[in-house]
Design a protein around this ligand. Structure first.
Ligand code: ZN
Ligand code: ZN
Length: 350
């Protein structure tokens, strides 16, 4: 599936073009955003939803987590550090990718939404520094941010996404963008989740609940990012039917998703082996269940027939559906745990 390289000649302002875009990408626009005159009006709902999710890490109290940290099992502490290190890679890369996608869009509403998503990834990165600065000294914090770079298993897992992103960056076209958006759905909608599972497992044992609250906010954001990106991808293909004219793209998505599931499973065995309360067999099924959900978001059939139930009921409390359904409960929890922290958490020392 070779795409022609289409350089983007978007000007900052093109007065003789319409505000409403001709195309999401590689089209023409005046460059002016008017939410009342956009090609995809339902994007405005997504934009408002993203804004309503606003949160900042500094407002989550880490005081209990600080007390509990020393009492965690050694392998729990180790997994905690490794997973925070890994999440920090995902969010750092995603900040740049979403910014790139925003800059490439010829639709000002997409530009706006991707900019908001990019900003949220920045906040996620801040939260990793924030929690680490609460529980370990500066030298250890820095080591944790380097940890994942030195871990061949983690780098192997990330490489699939990085190669697809890089290909889009080097040769931007509707085809390479479509592939990059699929990689983005894998990153947002699968890669984050095994990490989330680790923290939710701690929380269901009343451990590190501050960290888990933060993870819930990130989870909610990522869920909506994955949803928007899937919407974007479907519209991109509708606008450029040649992307999947012969079904090659659909085949590529299936293969790439399967590879992502394989890598994710391998990574889970590597990082979560021996963690009390996490059944790796169940987690593997959970990953397949997630992959099914993601391809369904793209209007495709299940990749793994039969894996249509969340096999880890304790994650269900935090699942995509329940978060939407019980939003008020979620916010109640937010207000309960929303005690302002003082500078004593050490973040200022960073
Ligand atoms: Zn993020
Ligand atoms: Zn995201």
């Amino acid at each position: 599936m070779k795409g022609t390289i289409v350089m983007n000649h978007i000007k900052y302002l093109t007065a003789d073009k319409n505000n409403r875009s001709e195309k999401l990408f590689f089209g023409k626009t005046s460059g002016i955003l008017n939410w009342n005159d956009t090609t995809y009006p339902h994007f405005y709902t997504i934009y408002k939803q993203l804004l309503s999710n606003f949160w900042i890490p500094d407002e989550i109290s880490m005081s209990k987590d600080i007390q509990q940290w020393g009492a965690l099992e050694k392998d729990e502490q180790e997994a905690y550090k490794r997973i925070i290190g890994l999440l920090s890679i995902l969010d750092s890369v995603q900040t740049r990718f979403t910014l790139d996608t925003a800059l490439h869009s010829s639709d000002t509403s997409v530009h706006a939404i991707m900019s908001v998503i990019s900003q949220q990834e920045v906040v996620h990165n801040q939260s990793y520094s924030y929690v680490l600065s609460s529980i370990v000294p500066l030298e250890e914090q820095n080591r944790i941010f380097d940890m994942a770079k030195d871990d061949p298993m983690v780098m192997k897992r990330n490489q699939l996404i990085m190669d697809i992103y890089q290909n889009f960056k080097d040769s931007p076209s509707p085809e390479t963008l479509a592939q990059a958006l699929v990689a983005s759905i894998i990153l947002e909608g699968i890669n984050f989740y095994s990490g989330f599972a680790f923290f939710y497992n701690l929380a269901r044992n009343q451990k590190m609940v501050g960290t888990s609250t933060m993870i819930q906010y990130i989870h909610r954001d990522e869920m909506q990012h994955a949803y928007f990106i899937s919407q974007l991808l479907r519209s991109l293909i509708e606008e450029n039917p040649s992307i999947d004219l012969d079904g090659q793209f659909t085949l590529w998505v299936e293969e790439t998703m399967r590879e992502a599931v394989r890598l994710e499973t391998e990574w889970c065995e590597h990082v979560l082996e021996g963690i009390n309360g996490i059944d790796l067999f169940e987690l593997k099924d959970y990953i397949k269940y997630l992959a099914n959900k993601r391809v369904r978001m793209l209007g495709m059939d299940d990749l793994y027939p039969g894996f249509d139930e969340d096999v880890m009921p304790w994650i269900r409390a935090y699942s995509d559906e329940s978060m939407n359904a019980t939003k008020s409960d979620f916010f109640e929890q937010k207000s309960r745990s929303y005690a302002k922290v003082t500078d004593s958490n050490g973040f200022d020392d960073l």
